[in-house]
Design a protein around this ligand. Sequence first.
Ligand code: ADP
Ligand code: MG
Length: 556
Amino acid sequence: MSKHQFQTEVSQLLHLMIHSLYSNKEIFLRELISNSSDALDKLNYLTLTDESYKTLSYVPRIDIVANKEANTLTISDTGIGMNEEELVENLGTIARSGTKSFVERLSGDAKKDSTLIGQFGVGFYSAFMVATKISVVSKKAGTEEAFCWESEAGDSYDITPTTKETHGTTITLTLKEEEKEFLEFYRLESIVKKYSNHIPFGIFMDKEEYTPSEKEEEEGTTEVKNVQINKASALWRLSKNEIKEDEYKDFYKQLSHDSTDPILWSHTKAEGTLEYSTLFYVPATAPFDLFRADFQSGVKLYVKRVFITDDERELLPMYLRFVRGIIDAEDLPLNVSREILQQNRILETIKQASVKKILGELKKLKGKDDAKYLEFYKLFGKVLKEGLYADYANRDAILDLVLFKSSKREGLVSLKEYKEAMKEGQKSIYYITGENEAMLKNSPLIESFKKNDIEVLLLDEEVDAIVMPMVNEYDKTPIKPVNNSDVDEEITEDKEKAKADEGKYQEILVKMKEVLKEEVKEVKISSRLSDSASCLIYDKNDPDFQMQQMLKQMGQ
Ligand code: ADP
Ligand code: MG
């Protein structure tokens, strides 16, 4: 036997798991089943692609056994299994970066924390919410040795060599006194149905079945049958009319480890020249790593129902990184390599079609349910806007979806609404960018717009200053920043007076230019101000201005 210390973060996490996470404990089962399913996926993939595994014969399945006498719950699978090093690596450390920030983010608010658990890939440890002791016996497929990992939480765990007949993993939880409910068939069955119904492998359990006797005076018989308790169908392969709304929602929860219903979903089964199925969800909670450079992809790639990867971030464009879901392609080789994935024509076609589909669904939602759309937009609008910059081909579709604050009304307005409310003769859509809404509202640059009752969009997000200069028009109407030199002309109503003013103040203009010298390019009379005396504007053709924009884009 060898004793090992948990990585510090794991100890911390276990401590939190045991002491502060008290609600929604049942998700531990979802986490263990999802690990078993992943392990079966991995082995399935190897048997199809790797010569040395091709002869392996086994039945892929997951078994749950509740032992009331021993007070233990066992979850076992015939998946890939783990060798000694893998047990240490996987169940003694948290490999994924961002762990520290995870532990920091745990708030003590049980509800919020439990949604974070699965997302951070610390699923296994959640079993300590209900167990005092966990033992993991595992044998890696293709090897002869088995090992037992055992821990009662705290700082350490033991690893002991052992024997096991088949490859795979058996996890035994010794339950806390107060968690005996997790030994009841109906309780377990309902958790499995709720979270793991569409795991593509069968989950089996013993069920006692009572048959009443034919003769009235005699007792009936109780028989124990091993039954499959989940559907084990790949939901995305079914046709839409076979799937109930709740099944879509449950599948989302299983896929994303999120306990909130999604905002919308989009299910496609494409047939014809290119065959594939996709099922995408827009969540109602933001993934924790949405703004982290090392964010985890939310889309899993399957080929002919075989899981390939959930670690490929280019399956959808970056600006849709909040989308969760599945792409299942029919015409890809199973052993498609990462390099091939990234420049694969089939995947590229699926990606383009998927983007159109998702943007289309969002547009539909926007037309149908304002409140829900706003809920979406508050969570992900900022990310979506990145697409204005990054995805030229879909820019118009994204422009239909973005919303802005306005100088004239409360709340957020779309460009369509802006256009509909444009004044007669108004030539462009105007916006101002800056750091905060209050400042923008009172900026001298928009005084004359206010005076002329022209709406100005107030863009106070960092991403605005980066993406908006790339956007020149919406639905054939130019979009311009208020500090663009054209704007003067466009909003000056009394051109004659402006001309006259210019003559009148010629002298002072020259003086000012003398004083300011190279600080400014030109000093001009402007009609854009009404209360303030002067303001600074950019010449839109000035290379310096364009340079500044570029520097901004590069994050300078
Ligand atoms: P995640 O599943 O997000 O990676 P977990 O904490 O749930 O995080 O599991 C940690 C790791 O332990 C898994 O990535 C996997 O490598 C390994 N593991 C857990 N359960 C099993 C299992 N039943 N069979 C094989 N490997 C497993
Ligand atoms: Mg897991």
